[in-house]
Ligand binder design. Structure first.
Ligand code: CO
Ligand code: ZN
Length: 340
């Protein structure tokens, strides 16, 4: 009975976080949603100048460290560059948006305006580019178009519960925000001063975590983010598979995870009997880079949630990987950290 209520609560949290729009630079609504969720579970909350939400739990006791955990709350989206005489809005991407995943898509602007994405007629056998696409808001002319230059939209798609697997837009990286929030709830006691950062502007170049890391000045840090998998037809050769557990990052194209942090994460997963996998990601980056490179340098790593179809409106994660990631992060933060 208790388990059922818990999973209903978890489903409701996932739904709330993935369905709240928040493309990079427009994180006010999603930040407010996270603030609302975490208020009872942290000791202090603040928002820095860039808009990162930073929540502290615990104070440093004997054997404790100042720890930064970072999950980004921004998502990919689009920004209007021009509205033509017939009221069609042209746009550029915010973050890594593929034109292929835009076709027929629906978008939600920050003011609640909705629209669909249309495509110009192309020469046969040509790949669409973003400049061939436009948003149709149902306007009949430029004068009655409800959106204007600079307006921002996120993709719109409700959560799809497939049982063991869950699908949504913005699993990158709201599912990591879910992991951070659930760990924050589950930690009973900690010797550490843990700063949970819900960072902004990751998708446009890991920007929010730069100022957050400088401000927190951590002694050790972890990003929590999604990673690709190598288990779909014709996918890149990669050892990560959906359902094989949370992944411990070894490297991506933004940073080399600290070997001491990797060892700490592996030892904790083994001690807590949480299945895990090692991740070597060819392309991609996370807030781990910003933590590692701040000030004079900080030991940093990344806890990854395997995810299929990243940066599409149908990003898929596995429920057991999610629960494993929550358990591993909770365990990592509940005991003294030995980095050697
Ligand atoms: Co991303
Ligand atoms: Zn991400």
């Amino acid at each position: 009975m208790k388990k059922n209520t818990q999973s209903q609560d978890l489903n409701a949290l996932i739904k709330r976080l993935v369905e709240t729009p928040g493309p990079s630079g427009s994180e006010h609504d999603i930040r407010a949603a996270v603030e609302d969720e975490i208020r009872p579970y942290c000791d202090e909350m603040r928002v820095d100048a860039l808009g990162n939400l930073i929540a502290r739990k615990g104070t440093k006791k004997a054997g404790g460290m100042r720890v930064m955990i970072s999950a980004h709350i921004d998502e990919i989206g689009l920004m209007v560059t021009h509205v033509d005489d017939n009221g069609f809005a042209r746009f550029i991407s915010i973050g890594g948006v593929s034109p292929l995943t835009c076709l027929g898509g629906r978008v939600l602007f920050m003011d609640g305006t909705r629209g669909v994405i249309g495509l110009e007629r192309l020469e046969p056998n040509t790949m669409p580019k973003l400049e061939n696409l436009y948003v149709d808001t149902g306007a009949t002319s430029k004068a009655d178009c409800p959106v204007k230059v600079g307006d921002v939209a996120g993709f719109e798609r409700p959560v799809l519960d497939l049982g063991k697997r869950i699908v949504a837009k913005s699993m990158d990286d709201r599912i990591a925000a879910v992991v951070a929030i659930e760990a924050m709830k589950a930690i009973k006691s900690t010797p550490h001063e843990v700063h949970f950062v819900f960072s902004v502007q990751e998708e446009v170049g890991i920007r929010g975590a730069i100022t957050a890391a400088y401000g927190v000045d951590p002694e050790v840090g972890l990003a929590v983010d999604v990673t690709r998998t190598g288990d779909t037809p014709m996918s890149a050769k990669m050892a990560v598979a959906l359902g094989d557990g949370p992944a411990i990052k070894v490297r991506d194209s933004s940073f080399m995870a600290d070997s001491r942090v990797i060892a700490w994460m592996k030892a904790e997963a083994e001690a807590s009997k949480i299945p895990y996998q090692m991740e070597v990601l060819e392309y991609g980056g996370t807030d781990g880079r910003a933590i590692q490179m701040t000030r004079a340098g900080v030991p940093a790593g990344c806890l990854s949630i395997p995810c299929r179809y990243i940066h599409t409106p149908s990003e898929m994660v596995d429920r057991d990987d999610l629960l494993g990631a929550i358990d591993l992060l909770t365990a990592l933060l509940s005991e003294p950290i030995k980095l050697d």
